[in-house]
Design a protein around this ligand. Structure first.
Ligand code: PMP
Length: 445
């Protein structure tokens, strides 16, 4: 395919794009060239308001010089160090900084930190830690992993096994024994809700049903996103997470919160764990960990799990798991600089400060053509459109293209539009998001 006749336009042939309809994209590419604050600039010089913090990750906004300088400094001091049998101070320093703000209540924080390179790696790491822990306490029959329908936990074989996106699962084999709770979204009872819906806590009892079906002695862990993001913003009903925690406790099942999206301020607390006041055994993170600037993930583990695995014979590797890029020096530098910005600018609580305005603005779209539900929590919104009979997802995709052409980046999943702006968003940006989307909804067929 030829370059598409614009200055700075790259040749598009060789790059096999992830999670993209490659042929459709390459026929009409959308290319971003630079980014600053709340905005991208496209290769053809247009300013695009970022309604999605990149992909739920640029929580402090784009172009943060402090992060770039920290990475530059680190790369010119030491670019890489082996992560196995060798250490470097910055990885330990970053873990200590994370331990200070780790999810969980004072005295019971999940302050043992395992570094990975992405959200998918964090998920597979957490599942492995759960399995290794169960085995270490003499519960080696517990090999089953439970996820949830419409959950997204990345694309590793662990993640797709517990994940509940049919398209991600259909083509590939899954881990034996994985099973799923139902998802929590019930539009008949909970439409157009601000915050947590009233109805549906009892859906957590699905875990009791799976215990009855398989036997608790076969189940190692249950993983859920506190708020499901990628599948269209599914917010846990009041009492649901508490009930899930209680059922896990009753049956010796570990609870994992996948906070790849909700971690680092998205809901108005540093972690959803703290926002909801329900503490799991493991928390997976990535994205906002480094403001998206350098790929990195981290798993937060309770001391109970960590210490149980530290008990083997001296000199023996405790967990046969890790990555070349675990604790990469440049990623740690980006992470520390990111935490400094979050702290200095009060960004971990900003979503809470903006909450009322956000709810109001997003729910003002109620009544516009095609809108069948609006869900909001923290600085997240899901706006669900009625699907075209013949082509599910096509209407939201058209809205996405229209918004992009008019200077707003939104994210669509099926016929649901998701917003998660950088946490530095101002009220005027929120107003612009609403008016651009409203116009697009009026135009779309
Ligand atoms: N878990 C959740 C909840 C996610 O939202 C994502 C990414 N959207 C992942 C895992 C996977 O992260 P990554 O794409 O960095 O592998």
């Amino acid at each position: 395919m030829d370059a598409h006749n614009k200055p700075n336009a790259p040749v598009l042939d060789s790059y096999w794009m992830p999670f993209t309809a490659n042929r459709q994209f390459k026929a009409a590419p959308r290319l971003l060239a630079s980014a600053e604050g709340m905005h991208y600039i496209s290769v053809d010089g247009r300013t695009i308001l970022d309604g999605t913090a990149g992909l739920w990750c640029v929580n402090a906004g784009h172009g943060r010089r402090q992060i770039a300088a920290a990475v530059e400094r680190q790369l010119s001091t030491m670019d890489f160090a082996p992560s196995f049998q060798m250490g470097h101070p910055i990885a330990f320093d970053f873990a200590e900084r994370l331990a200070e703000i780790a999810p969980g209540p004072a005295g019971a924080k999940l302050d043992r930190v395992f570094f990975t390179g992405s959200g998918s790696e964090s998920v597979d790491t957490a599942l492995k830690i759960a399995l290794a822990y169960q085995r270490s306490i003499g519960q080696g029959t517990r090999t089953r992993l439970i996820g949830r329908e419409r959950g997204y936990h990345g694309v590793g074989f662990g993640g797709i096994s517990v994940g509940g996106i049919v398209n991600n699962r259909r083509v590939f084999p899954q881990l034996p024994g994985s099973d799923h709770l139902r998802h929590t979204h019930d539009p008949a009872k909970n439409a157009f809700v601000k915050g947590q819906p009233e109805h549906g806590a009892e859906l957590a009892d699905d875990l009791e049903r799976l215990v009855a079906l398989h036997g608790a002695e076969t189940i190692a862990a249950c993983i859920v996103e506190p708020v499901a993001g990628s599948t269209g913003v599914l917010i846990p009903p009041k009492g649901y997470l508490e009930r899930l925690r209680a059922i896990c406790d009753k049956h010796g099942i570990l609870l994992i919160f996948d906070e790849v999206i909700t971690g680092f301020g998205r809901l108005g607390a540093t972690f959803a764990t703290d926002y909801f006041g329900v503490t799991p055994d493991l928390v997976t993170t990535a994205k906002g960990l480094t403001n998206g600037a350098i790929p990195m993930g981290a798993v937060f583990a309770s001391r109970k799990l960590h210490d149980a695995l530290m008990h083997g014979p001296e000199g023996q590797i405790e967990l046969f798991h890790g990555y070349t890029y675990s604790g990469h020096p440049a990623a740690c530098a980006a992470g520390i600089a990111t935490l400094d910005i979050y702290r200095d600018e009060g960004l971990m609580t900003r979503a809470g400060d903006l909450q009322e305005d956000w709810h109001e603005a997003m729910h003002s779209l109620n009544g516009l053509p095609h809108v069948i539900d609006i869900r909001t929590i923290g600085l997240i919104a899901g706006i669900e459109l009625k699907s075209r009979d013949s082509a599910p997802g096509a209407r939201a995709y058209d809205v996405f293209v229209d918004c992009f052409e008019r200077g707003l980046l939104i994210r669509v999943t099926g016929d649901i539009i998701a917003f998660s702006p950088p946490l530095i968003v101002e009220k005027e940006h929120i107003g612009e998001i609403v008016s651009t989307l409203a116009d697009a909804l009026k135009r779309v067929k």
